[in-house]
Design a protein around this ligand. Structure first.
Ligand code: SF4
Length: 641
């Protein structure tokens, strides 16, 4: 892998590498990047992984290789303290902020000493804390160069540091956000780098489409209303009736949200006709036009005072942008895109491309060509490296390369060095009902209860739906948790980081053994080496939900092209997700464990063979007796009490 990366950096072009667990893919791309002496961007999926690369992996290698390389970390603006908003929040008379004053004063103390302003330095601050939006800026509310704190602004300083570094560590969200709106500096950085590496590249497509589409959300509109009222009262009190303008805006936003009051929170409403499914046509059209009128009134008011403060200029731009979006959502959907409405506490109108292939081709891989010959200019080709432990089920890794527009790229698969045949096994319990049987979830719970008790916890239950997660979590808590036999951890009970730490701890130091019941976000990126995890139970084969508007649109496109939406889309999606879930089991050379899939389709249907083939080469367990014996062996070989 390292040789292939080095060749790609010197020759340019695209390389896609699937590197199984334990290959050491991070070093396999970092070493050639650092040795190349070229300017490089390294992008990964999450801020936590960014921190790990920046603070642990890269410094270790720079030290070992003894290279004079400057490295910078660049995150999205939401990760940095905005000193202006912090002081505004501290001075605000808004009664609703009173409960946050203690947290704000702690941030203020830290603000005196931080060099980077990166909020991840504040250990006590949870990612989901409501204080974070109060002390960070958004593209909408940042004042930019007219800001009185502009010179010492952490967002700008991070950006400057990135511009002068040799290697910059970013994340995929930032990459696509900037590709779309060119805001945080990554887009300016891109032309000057010779190599771009995407680690955890399997997430690129889903992250990318989120940023490449159009979004209109009632929460963003409400924030705009609040900011307009705040600035109006502060800078132009009495010149315009801000209270009236903003209350009309607010009412029209709430009326728009109310059009979906009969829809289940969390649902995505298909929107292929002029009006989204489940909406009353006249109500929807009226709500959209009233919102438009309310924003036009705000736009006109802001126009009259734009000279009075920089805030008004920015607010005018924001209102204009929202008005354009409202108009866009009344026009037909763009070709190759799909629309839906997301219903939650707030409402989000989304228009999304089906994949990122055209963005990759037009914004990323453009090659500089000789004007006359149209041949690539020598030395002008950037190197693009995409890597992950899971990129598909076939050697062409079509699951990844097709939606990312990388079918023509060089491809390499490096298998995991772990001895799966001796250390791991896969088992489909006979007698488990079909996944659509109403007793299925109950039977999964009983099965886990029995066997996790025998193993003393050390079990991760991965569900395909939040509903099943809640039901299994409740059943196990009632059966094992309340009596104090085992500790039952359920996703959402607390911050993900804390749940992961507790689970890794297991029964160490006299603690209780743990079962963790989780859904989507734990299927990948959850690393438990050692014997705190020996049993991974998957409730159902993870097919994409067929009623989801995006899934439906992707399937329809394939059918129109004469392909099979099941074979060419649903099955590869399930294969990759299954591979990721199974990947939680063996994380080091000495790990041992069993993967249990409580879905009889894996052994009973012809396509089950295709899914089994994409799992690492584990032994197969066929009967409950064999399983019990394996479990006993695991219990005996475990180093924990
Ligand atoms: S420039 Fe923007 S982010 Fe920086 S301090 Fe000012 S408002 Fe905050």
């Amino acid at each position: 892998m390292a040789m292939a990366v080095a060749e790609t950096i010197s020759n340019g072009g695209e390389l896609v590498v699937e590197a199984g667990t334990g290959v050491g893919k991070t070093y396999a791309y970092l070493v050639p990047v650092l040795l190349s002496g070229q300017r490089a961007l390294v992008s990964t999926a999450t801020k936590a992984l960014q921190d790990q690369l920046f603070s642990r992996d890269i410094p270790k290698l720079i030290d070992a290789l003894n290279l004079p390389i400057r490295v910078a970390l660049l995150k999205g603006r939401g990760s940095y303290l905005c000193t202006l908003r912090l002081s505004q929040a501290r001075q605000s008379h808004d009664a609703s902020l009173r409960i946050h004053m203690h947290a704000l004063s702690k941030i203020e103390t830290w603000a005196q000493s931080t060099r980077t302003g990166d909020l991840s330095e504040l250990t006590g601050l949870d990612d989901r804390s409501p204080v974070i939006p109060l002390v960070t800026s958004t593209r909408d509310n940042c004042l930019g160069s007219p800001c009185p704190n502009f010179k010492s602004c952490h967002v700008n300083l991070a950006r400057k540091e990135a511009m002068s570094a040799d290697v910059v560590v970013i994340n995929h969200h930032l990459f696509f956000a900037d590709l779309n709106v060119r805001e945080t500096g990554m887009a300016e950085l891109l032309p000057s780098v010779q190599a771009v590496v995407f680690d955890e590249a399997h997430q690129l497509n889903e992250i990318g489409i989120n940023f490449l589409g159009r979004h209109l959300s009632t929460s963003q509109l409400l924030e705009l209303t609040r900011d307009t009222l705040g600035a109006g009262v502060q800078w132009a009190r009495g010149l315009v009736d801000w209270t009236l303008i903003c209350s009309v805006m607010e009412k029209s936003i709430r009326d728009l949200r109310l059009t979906a009051q009969n829809s289940r929170p969390g649902s995505r409403l298909r929107w292929t006709e002029p009006v989204p499914d489940g909406m009353e046509t006249s109500e929807w059209l009226l709500a959209m036009s009233q919102l438009q009128v309310a924003l036009q009134a705000a736009q006109a008011a802001l126009d009259t005072v734009s000279e009075m403060a920089p805030d008004f200029v920015r607010l005018h731009e924001r209102v204009t942008l929202q008005l354009r979006l409202i108009q866009d959502f009344q026009d037909p959907c763009a070709e190759g895109s799909v629309r839906w409405v997301e219903v939650g506490a707030q409402m989000r109108l989304v228009e999304s491309p089906l994949d990122i292939s055209s963005a990759v081709q037009t914004h990323m891989l453009q090659k500089q060509v000789n004007e006359h010959t149209q041949a690539p200019a020598p030395g002008s080709q950037k190197a693009w490296i995409f890597t992950s432990a899971t990129l598909g089920e076939d050697d062409q890794m079509r699951w990844f390369t097709e939606p990312c527009g990388l079918s023509e790229s060089r491809k390499l698969r490096v298998a995991s060095p772990f001895d799966y045949a001796n250390m791991a096994a896969v088992y489909v319990p006979p007698g488990m009902p079909k996944p659509n049987d109403i007793t299925h979830t109950r039977q999964v719970s009983s099965w886990v209860e029995k066997h996790a008790r025998q193993l003393g916890g050390r079990t991760l239950v991965l569900t395909t739906t939040l509903n099943a997660m809640r039901q299994i979590g409740e059943a196990l808590t009632a059966a094992l948790g309340q009596s104090g036999e085992l500790e039952i951890l359920v996703q959402g009970q607390g911050p993900k980081r804390r749940l992961m730490e507790r689970f890794r701890e297991g029964s160490n130091e006299g603690g209780l053994g743990c079962i963790l019941v989780a859904s989507a976000s734990f299927w990948e990126g959850f690393d438990v080496p050692g014997d705190a995890l020996q049993l991974v139970v998957i409730d159902k084969l993870p097919f994409p939900p067929p009623n989801d508007p995006l899934v439906e649109a992707r399937s329809q496109r394939l059918e129109l092209l004469g392909k099979s939406s099941f074979s060419d889309y649903s099955l590869p999606e399930a294969a990759v997700a299954l591979k990721q879930g199974a990947g939680r089991l063996i994380r080091s050379e000495t790990d041992q464990g069993i993967l249990v899939v409580c879905d009889p389709r894996l052994t009973g249907m012809a396509y089950g063979r295709r899914l089994l083939a994409c799992l690492p080469p584990m032994q197969r367990i066929h009967t409950e007796v064999e399983f019990e014996e394996s479990l006993t062996r695991l219990t005996k070989t475990s180093t924990r009490p």
